[in-house]
Design a protein around this ligand. Structure first.
Ligand SMILES: *Cc1c(COP(=O)(O)O)cnc(C)c1O
Length: 424
């Protein structure tokens, strides 16, 4: 697949007159089209709902676009819940899929009416204590253990993952929860991350649907929803075929008809908690080449760093790079594209073949729309960038300003040297 930027060099140059690089830019049109497709792909299921994984792209403007397509919020911390609340996503619009959860966050979620998705059996008591009694509707996260394999070789190792309950525990948990007054149940599981295959969701669905039938038959519990969580991935590299959400939706439909319908469970709602799939391709990091260095290797230094996008630094993840305006030039030069952190892993690309890069060239780093800005940190005193929305009408709208030194020093505001610090 030929990976193409969703914005032209001319448009970026225009935006740069107002907002200096580096910044993240998001494509409203792409976000809308994709959200609409997801909704259509699962329209066969009456209760279908996507709970957008807030951690992927925690920006109220972007989440509000998804809200127009029926999306709720999947949160895992108090601040994420606060954001959901602020944009009016409360009650059943919240899925709280947290782990290692502090008791007061369960209470906060419950006060908002959100659905608590328990990561562990020991949390039944914690929730009961924190909330006074168990909510009427609750969910449990399942981890079957072992290795999860798909035919194209993609797999993950749930047996090594900290999340979820064992088979034995989820049966026990449902039994206890029913005794304690829970009336409506959900099942959740997240077994593989960033799967670029149409097979993952249907295979996961089969595991969860069969579990649901067993839980219902053995414990006579009312299973209201099955949450396939996240994990539907995107093609970061040009050689990968993107997932087809319609094929995925039909794949889940088929398993639904094979497993749930014959068991008399034809009213179970399907939920998803996609993050990467909803936003990843529709965000890019825009950065300018500001230094070149010719030593043992050829380096291009840009004005962004791992603070703006840390997936390459922490996972060695591939992010495609387009030099804007040089889309059609041959990629004949081999570069390491680096940021300025005092960390050798701060490289957006290693040994990447690119067109000849001149200082002042603008680099478009693809697929930074999810787990991009949000993962950033402030190492080396680097400041986080602005987020800009490229609106459907072609205009650019600031949806988060860039950090200033004042933001960086804000937590010293209770000390007497603070005024000196922010004098600049
Ligand atoms: C991270 C996460 C997601 C989203 O994962 P993606 O890979 O972005 O789709 C969904 N649910 C939970 C519980 C998560 O932790």
């Amino acid at each position: 697949m030929n990976k193409k930027p969703f914005v032209t060099k001319e448009k970026i140059q225009e935006i740069m007159k107002e907002y200096p690089t580096p910044f993240h830019i998001y494509d409203e049109k792409g976000i809308r089209q994709n959200a609409d497709n997801l909704r259509k792909a699962f329209s066969w299921n009456k209760g279908f709902k996507e709970y957008f994984a807030v951690k992927a792209t925690p920006n109220p403007f972007l989440i509000n676009i998804l809200r127009e397509y029926g999306c709720g919020c999947d949160c895992s911390s108090k601040t994420e819940l606060m954001m959901a609340k602020t944009i009016g996503a409360v009650g059943d619009e919240i899925m709280f899929s947290s782990n290692d959860t502090p008791a007061d966050e369960f209470k906060y979620c419950n006060d908002l009416g959100g659905i608590i998705n328990l990561d562990d059996i020991t949390h039944i008591d914690v929730v009961e204590k924190a909330c006074g009694k168990l909510p009427k509707k609750m969910s449990c996260r399942y981890n079957p253990g072992g290795i999860f394999k798909i035919s194209n070789g993609i797999m993950d190792n749930p047996g090594d993952a900290k999340y979820g309950m064992t088979t034995e525990q989820i049966f026990e948990a449902f039994k206890i929860m029913k005794e304690k007054g829970v009336e409506e149940f959900g099942i959740h599981s997240f077994l593989c991350s960033n799967t670029v295959t149409n097979e993952y969701y249907p295979m996961l669905a089969k595991v969860l649907f069969e579990l649901a039938v067993e839980l219902k038959n053995k414990l006579d519990v009312n299973i209201k929803f099955i949450n396939l969580s996240g994990g539907v991935g995107i093609p970061y590299t040009p050689d990968q075929e993107p997932n087809d959400i319609f094929v995925i939706g039909e794949g889940v439909h088929k398993v639904y008809d094979e497993v749930l319908v014959p068991a008399g469970m034809d009213d179970v709602a399907i939920y998803t908690e996609l993050g990467r799939f909803m936003m990843g391709p529709y965000g890019a990091l825009i950065t300018e080449a500001i230094n070149e260095k010719h030593t043992h290797k050829e380096y291009v230094g840009v004005d962004a760093c791992a603070v703006n996008l840390m997936r390459p630094a922490i996972y060695g993840a591939y992010h495609h790079i387009t030099v804007l305006g040089k889309e059609n030039e041959p990629c004949e030069y081999k570069y390491d594209v680096t940021g300025s952190l005092c960390e050798n892993c701060d490289k957006f690309a290693v040994d990447r073949m690119l067109p000849k890069i001149e200082m002042g060239d603008i680099l478009y780093i693809h697929d930074a729309g999810a787990h991009g800005y949000s993962m950033g940190y402030n190492y080396n005193g680097k400041l986080k960038s602005a987020e800009i929305l490229l609106c459907e009408d072609g205009s650019a709208k600031l949806i988060r300003r860039a950090e200033t030194p004042k933001d960086y020093f804000a937590t010293f505001d209770c000390f007497d040297f603070y005024d000196e610090l922010i004098k600049e």
